[in-house]
Design a protein around this ligand. Sequence first.
Ligand SMILES: O=C(O)CC1=CCC(=O)O1
Length: 96
Amino acid sequence: MLFHVRMDVRIPHDLPSKETAEIIAREKAYSQELQRSGKWRHIWRIAGEYANYSVLDVNDNVELHEILSGLPLFKFMDIEVTPLLRHPNAIREDDT
Ligand SMILES: O=C(O)CC1=CCC(=O)O1
């Protein structure tokens, strides 16, 4: 199942910089591992914002929730999820 996910990051300004850097490093490792596994298909920076658009390919809502709630930055994010399905006019065969 494909999901489009918007993540807006709002790290409190008073969080110590060392802690911030450590969480961001863990976030990178976490998302890159999921990208390598194929579960996290796309991640795009939204220009001019500390936010991203991502596409995740997961088994079900439960797995999506587990992945998103496991993000090291989860408690500092606003997340908006949109379920996707194949468009009937799509011509790419490898994109279900
Ligand atoms: O958009 C960001 O910087 C937050 C984020 C989520 C996964 C990731 O690698 O970074």
